[in-house]
Design a protein around this ligand. Structure first.
Ligand SMILES: Nc1ncnc2c1ncn2[C@@H]1O[C@H](COP(=O)(O)OP(=O)(O)OP(=O)(O)O)[C@@H](O)[C@H]1O
Length: 249
């Protein structure tokens, strides 16, 4: 369990400021959400914090250590990312065994077979799935494999970028419940992007509302229903989401 502190994160692409001095703190074992309109910079925060993007200023501390001071191997042991699209994130010609064995091999970790089996059990898949290929799996099963891959190095922090939005509604709840169970069991700290306030309500302790590269307000989960948001944009976003949900019911 490690806290995550983002300090003054700023990035520009081609003269446009996409993140503007973003700072936030996520406590050990907390699930913290990032919401906001499309293009507000939510995914960019995760990409910078995991050093997928390099040209940013500011810092990210995980358990007090800067991600900039970690070598890539060390960073993989501390933090892992789960992406939105389980179809794109698994190589079509790599079996589940290959997907799960690779990080273990790179990091020189032994007892591979036992660890791979345990990772599948942890995400609720039969161990026989080690010999399947992505096209032999459903979308939800693929996302479970992507989560198993993220877990296998036993990281402290998971960055979740819309982990269920590419999935069928019925499967979304299964994956969210899985992520919640794993957090309870393993004490992960989650930083999670979602455009869906119902998902934030289900998963997160607190969330930040973002607009054009700035954090407008940080709120507890309860603010989704109790109307305590102060910033007009946060009120507007929450109001629009509730109206949409009522209309959809
Ligand atoms: N590598 C890049 N090069 C140029 N512009 C980029 C790059 N990555 C992100 N951007 C721009 O930064 C802005 C923020 O993108 P980001 O993906 O973080 O938004 P988001 O809030 O996650 O949106 P969405 O909810 O649609 O996924 C967008 O305008 C995007 O076009």
């Amino acid at each position: 369990m490690k806290p995550v502190v983002i300090q003054d994160m700023t990035i520009r692409f081609g003269g446009t400021t996409v993140l503007n001095d973003v700072s936030l703190s996520v406590a050990s074992g907390e699930c913290f959400g990032l919401v906001g309109e499309s293009g507000s910079g939510k995914s960019t925060i995760l990409r910078c914090a995991s050093m997928l993007y390099k040209g940013w200023t500011g810092d990210v501390l995980i358990g007090g250590q800067s991600v900039r001071s970690m070598d890539p191997m060390e960073r993989c042991r501390v933090l892992q990312m789960v992406f939105q699209d389980p179809y794109g994130s698994l190589h079509p010609r790599h079996s589940v065994r290959t997907v799960l064995a690779e990080p273990l091999r790179i990091h020189g970790i032994g007892e591979q077979e036992a660890r791979m089996r345990q990772a599948l059990i942890d995400v609720g898949l039969p161990v026989e799935f080690l010999d399947r290929y992505p096209h032999q799996l459903s979308g939800g099963q693929r996302q479970r494999v992507a989560i198993a891959r993220a877990l296998i190095l036993e990281p402290d922090v998971l960055f979740l970028d819309e982990p269920t939005s590419a999935l069928d509604v019925s499967v979304q709840a299964e994956i969210l419940n899985l992520l919640q169970r794993l957090r309870d069991e393993k004490g992960f700290t989650y930083l999670m992007v979602s455009h869906d306030l119902a998902v934030i309500d289900h998963m997160c302790d607190r969330f930040a509302v973002m607009k054009t590269g700035d954090i407008v307000e940080v709120l507890p989960r309860d603010a989704i229903l109790d109307g305590t948001a102060k910033a007009p944009y946060a009120q507007e976003l929450i109001g629009a989401s509730l109206t949409y949900e009522q209309a959809a019911m």
